[in-house]
Write a protein that binds this ligand. Structure first.
Ligand SMILES: Nc1ncnc2c1ncn2[C@@H]1O[C@H](COP(=O)(O)OP(=O)(O)O)[C@@H](O)[C@H]1O
Ligand SMILES: [Mg+2]
Length: 469
């Protein structure tokens, strides 16, 4: 009996174990009863080798030895195949694992960059002001108006233009308003060198240009011979696209569009006017779609004149905001209180340069450095003469005769309508060229022309025999 059990059960166990190893797991579990399994296995096994059913011990013994032989063959083949199969399995597992980790890492890095970008737009750029409070002249009305512009309502559908001559304090005031509003305000200072516009833009929004491309994708591209999947686009356009993506996220979260401030756009108008056009068109489209609101800050009349002449101007908020000079009182207070200059000297300096903060600062520095008033005056008027020379308005220069008439008319009335001013010149082109120099200033808000500064007026008064007699 014991022998019978040994001969019939043990081999069947062995078979069970070996066959189970080759079977899928489900099957092995269903047939976990070795006795039951033995009978079914024997049947199928005997069928396959076409031997009589194992009813007697002798038959059993024959079939058992055949089985052993057969299993021996399987075992040998299996032993040969096993390492290859396992190896293949390991390679596939490692490969799939590495690809997944690689793809996941690239996805994670790009996701982190995108989150940083979204956070920056959410928090805003908050640019530095760079003036100590004891030297600062508060201009609360202008800051208030700028802050209103920087906080659009949900359905805002226009973009803005802020103008003013060089040195009136636009950058300072825009930075103050941007920092005070903070959330959702991105401030971009257009650099003098167009080549670094992308970098500047990227820094303002904390955008990482290095998109993480997974090794798998890189390999795939190499294998398929793809060198570049898309035509290269410039960095500033990539930064712009990134900003637009972040704008959508910002709007969805806060229910209002973010704002982008382009300071010093005048830097684009001469060498890269088409970039200014793109920014303006994009500002119009995105104001239409309520995605973001753009604010253009310019120091030159040529910018609003160019922008006004294009169809996208239809979405600009009007009238254009203009930041001008300090009043007489503000200027004298600045010189006396903030710069500790005697009132008498302060009045003389004000009469020389007017309320242009950049000039007041410069003459105050000179005065505090003990330069006599006459020396300061000659230096200021010398600078103005250089501007007249560039504008070809001096005696015997190209625009002197026509320019003289316009100068006299302006000296008498302080301000002329744009067309009245243009009519002094031989043609529109000549008038535009002269207007672009720093002798005159164009005011888009009122569509008028005036002298560019008090110091220009001072120079004309000094040279009255040439220009106004
Ligand atoms: N409110 C102010 N108080 C004191 N200094 C000022 C003020 N606004 C501007 N400035 C100074 O005047 C100079 C010109 O200002 P800025 O803002 O650059 O003018 P803009 O951008 O119009 O050319 C800078 O040196 C700045 O520090
Ligand atoms: Mg500026």
């Amino acid at each position: 009996m014991a022998y019978y059990i040994y001969r019939s059960v043990l081999p069947s166990r062995l078979v069970t174990r070996q066959v189970m190893f080759l079977q899928p797991q489900k099957f092995a579990l269903r047939n976990s009863n070795p006795v039951l399994f033995q009978s079914s296995l024997s049947r199928s096994y005997t069928n396959s080798i076409k031997s009589p059913p194992p009813n007697t011990p002798s038959e059993e013994s024959t079939s058992s030895s055949n089985l052993n032989k057969y299993l021996g063959r399987i075992g040998k083949g299996y032993a040969k195949r096993l390492p290859t199969a396992i190896l293949a399995k390991i390679i596939v597992t490692v490969l799939v694992g590495s690809i997944s980790v690689d793809l996941l890492y690239a996805w994670y890095r790009n996701r982190c960059n995108e989150r940083l970008l979204n956070k920056t737009v959410e928090k805003g750029t908050r640019p530095d002001i760079g003036i100590s409070s004891d030297k600062f002249v508060p201009r609360p009305e202008i800051v208030k108006r700028l802050k209103e512009i920087l906080q659009p309502y949900e359905d805002q559908s226009s973009y803005y233009m802020v103008c003013g001559e060089h040195g009136t304090g636009k950058t300072t005031l825009t930075r103050i308003a941007s920092s005070e509003v903070g959330n959702g305000v991105i401030y971009v200072d257009i650099p003098p060198d167009f080549e670094v516009l992308g970098e500047t833009f990227g820094k303002a929004i904390n955008f990482a240009f290095e998109e993480k491309i997974s090794i798998t994708e890189q390999l795939g591209r190499k294998i398929l011979g793809i060198t570049k999947d898309k035509p290269e686009i410039s960095e500033w356009k990539r930064a712009m696209r990134a900003f637009k993506r972040a704008s959508t996220v910002y709007k969805a979260k806060y229910g209002k569009p973010p704002v982008i401030v382009y300071d010093n756009v005048s830097r684009l108008v001469h060498k890269n006017p088409e970039i200014l056009d793109i920014l303006q068109d994009d500002a119009k489209d995105n104001a239409d779609d309520r995605k973001y609101i753009a604010v253009f800050v310019s120091s030159e009349g040529s910018v609003p004149r160019r922008m006004e002449s294009r169809s996208s101007w239809s979405r600009a908020d009007k009238p254009v905001m203009e930041i001008g000079d300090l009043s007489k009182e503000e200027s004298i207070n600045y010189l006396v209180d903030k710069r500790k200059i005697k009132k008498e000297e302060a009045i003389r300096l004000y009469e020389l340069v007017g309320g242009r903060i950049v000039d007041l600062k410069s003459v105050a520095d000179k005065s505090l450095a003990k330069q006599p008033f006459e020396v300061i005056k000659q230096s200021i008027l010398g600078e103005v003469e250089k501007k007249f020379n560039t504008a070809q308005l001096l005696r015997k220069q190209l625009h002197h005769e026509v320019g003289k008439k316009a100068i006299k008319a302006l000296f008498d009335s302080k301000e002329l309508g744009f067309t009245t001013f243009m009519e002094f010149f031989n043609d529109y082109e000549e008038a535009s060229k002269v207007l672009e120099t720093n002798i005159f200033a164009y005011h888009p808000e009122k569509n008028t022309v005036s002298f560019q500064s008090q110091s220009v007026e001072c120079y004309i008064r000094e040279k009255a025999d040439i220009f106004i007699k």
